[in-house]
Design a binder for this molecule. Sequence first.
Ligand code: NAD
Length: 299
Amino acid sequence: MFKQGKVGFIGLGIMGKPMAKNLIKAGYGLVVYDVAKAPVDELVAMGATAAATCKQVAQLCNGLLFTMLPNSPHVKEVIMGENSVLDGAKRGLIIVDTSSIAPLAAQECYAAAKDKGVSYVDAPVSGGEPKAVEGTLAIMVGGDEDAFDKVKELLLIVGASAVHCGESGSGNTTKLANQIIVALNIAAVGEAFVLAKKAGVDPEKVFDAIKGGLAGSTVMNAKVPLALEGNFKPGFRIELHIKDLQNALDTAHEVGVPVPLSAGVMEIMQALKVDGKAGDDHGGIIQYYEKLADIEVRK
Ligand code: NAD
């Protein structure tokens, strides 16, 4: 399904570009749009068609359109704003929004799409740029199950797993849970490794000794080797994780759940932002602890 004609893809940043490339490599034609020209040119060089607007992507695509954008306002603009996807959409189109946005914003897009006979699933991803490049993302999906069933085959090209979590917004609620766990895990790893270093133990030895035990984690395996090199090039920018934690705090408070540890890590990220590090990878959270303790965890 969807191999005839072109699949739409809007938002070709750190995540969207490799995902779009993987669809092309799997034999799908693409029609693409991004406000930035460079990634569009790169996809066109691989055979994609460039559209002039989001509306045009919807007009030219074959019934399926992906979006991968920074946050709720960008998605609402692209789906419902001027020259938007819904302006160009034919009945039956399925929109798969893979951005991480507020669950409430996803539900607004779902309702606006439904009014036009269009399906909208929220399908945020986890795994970062390396897994986007490999096509092994973990994908969490909210929305109508029949739409999910139709797009699952393509989700399993950009991802290694795709789980239908429930009705519209559930994918993004699941992603908020994911982002809380990742943020707290990175902070715990940073706190622990700064302690070990200042107490005089080689951080590489600490990593080797504990990574196979209960403290080991995907986060530790991904972020500690980079911290040891002082490499905080994104990856996933601290400013995007601030966005996710803000969405988590708002959603938690709306449903009546206090989230004290998330609030604490949010303030650590705010301090890093004031320190000019909002564009660093979120693995750079360790720099907050390094500054407090006046020591660097490097090889
Ligand atoms: P990014 O900033 O690299 O990419 C976003 C892209 O959207 C950019 O190319 C930008 O030009 C484009 N864009 C913005 N507004 C637009 C508009 N109105 N019309 C068309 N294009 C527009 O961000 P990213 O790192 O790729 O993240 C995208 C989403 O994926 C975010 O919600 C993020 O939280 C989530 N995410 C990121 C990672 C990661 O490791 N980077 C991992 C999982 C999830």
